[in-house]
Design a protein around this ligand. Structure first.
Ligand code: SIN
Ligand code: CO
Length: 388
């Protein structure tokens, strides 16, 4: 079980989206959840998003996964790294690393990226648009972080978004259990001093333009705001070319009206934020269950296990008083408000049994939602996992 050695709230007040910091011993007695061999195994899988980067003699090479066994046979002892994105979707131990951060708004969380670097391996100086906690696992890594600002891009390799360089405001060696927090926009560069594992818990704040454009897609898909400008009091104008102030105000009001429909916005945000940006490890064509099979399974006392990385959120408040909506992986599911605690249990636990959702099971509509979750594959049965 991973536990932060500091107060998350104090950290947020002092550093979050303000300045980078190294927290020495951010995790006490840190144990690597993943071995370098396991990480290398993940880079061979086609569903897993991975990269290989090398920089021998300052000659940069980068390759997207799936990597090949042959590549590993050719590697020397220095100057390369392998990186796996969303490792928490594919490795149970990696998923454990999000747990100490679960008091953060979960909708901001993106993924746990893991890198393994041999001495002098790294990805070079670059800037990310993510807030990241880089947790040092085995080995030591030398990190430098510069101040926020404008930096020149350098194209040493098409797949690497490097910058030319920066003056460090942090220049330190990370040891197992240390955490380096970097807000978006601060340049950084880390080189392994020894074979080294880094675990990056990434948080991604949505962009205003992305929300607006995705909301536009949402209203089209849901056939909302499907109305034309309507003005039966149209007046003749001296200058026909003029967009009158009144016309402008009318059109602006139409747009703001579309953007201010509380219920649409809530549905949009729930669906949008719960969408996973990375592949989920869902087993294809597993057999579909009936309600009776689902209830029978739960009544036998067995647990249903959530697929790692499935995003399930709800709004603090809802327009309708009797219902609540649970957003799972981009879709809405309505539940009676009376089963709210059980719905929260679905969101917050990585597995549940009958005892966790007794109220929910009394409501046939909720049971049919649950059946959908199981049949889509968001929750799976214990034995399937054992078979893998
Ligand atoms: C790495 O772990 O190799 C790169 C992490 C980062 O700088 O974002
Ligand atoms: Co980075």
């Amino acid at each position: 079980m991973y536990q932060l050695s500091f107060s998350l709230q104090e950290f947020l007040s002092e550093y979050w989206q303000k300045k980078p910091v190294i927290i020495k011993g951010g995790f006490e007695n840190f144990q690597d959840p993943v071995t370098p061999e396991e990480l290398a195994g993940l880079t061979l899988e086609s569903d897993v998003d991975s990269r290989f980067v090398s920089n021998l003699n300052n000659e940069w090479k980068a390759e997207h996964g799936p990597l090949s066994e042959e590549l590993f046979d050719t590697l020397g002892e220095t100057n390369w790294s392998i990186i796996v994105q969303a490792a928490n979707h594919w490795h149970e131990g990696a998923a454990e690393l999000f747990k100490p951060f679960k008091q953060m708004p979960n909708w901001l969380f993106d993924d746990i990226m893991i890198s393994y670097s041999v001495p002098d391996g790294g990805v070079g100086p670059h800037i990310d648009q993510y807030d990241v906690f880089i947790i040092q696992g085995q080995g030591k890594r030398h990190w430098r972080v510069g101040d926020i600002g404008e930096y020149e891009e350098e194209h040493r390799h098409g797949a690497l978004k490097q910058i030319t360089g920066f003056d460090p405001i942090i220049d330190q060696i990370l040891e197992p259990g240390d955490i380096l927090y970097i807000p978006p926009g601060f340049p950084h560069d880390g080189y392994a001093l020894e074979p080294s594992m880094s675990y990056s818990a990434g948080f991604r704040s949505p962009k205003e333009q992305e929300l607006v454009s995705n909301f536009a897609d949402f209203i089209i898909e849901n056939e909302k705001s499907d109305v034309h400008y309507h003005n039966p009091d149209l007046q003749a104008q001296t200058h026909g070319a003029e967009i009158t102030t009144q016309s402008f105000e009318d059109l602006k009001a139409m747009m703001l009206n579309a953007m201010s429909d509380e219920q649409s916005l809530k549905q949009f945000m729930g669906e949008y934020l719960s969408n996973s940006r990375h592949h989920l490890n869902i087993l294809p064509d597993s057999e579909k269950w009936t309600t009776e099979e689902l209830l029978g399974y739960l009544q036998s006392g067995q647990a249903l296990i959530k697929v790692a990385g499935v995003r399930a959120f709800y709004h603090e408040t809802e327009a309708c008083e009797d219902n609540m909506t649970l957003y799972v992986d981009g879709e809405s599911y309505v539940f009676p408000l009376a089963v709210k605690n059980d719905v929260i249990a679905l969101c917050e636990t990585s597995e549940f049994t009958l005892l966790d959702i007794e109220n929910l099971l009394q409501d046939p509509h909720s049971v049919s939602n649950l059946l959908q979750f199981v049949n889509i594959g968001y929750w799976f049965v214990e034995s399937e996992e054992d078979e893998e």
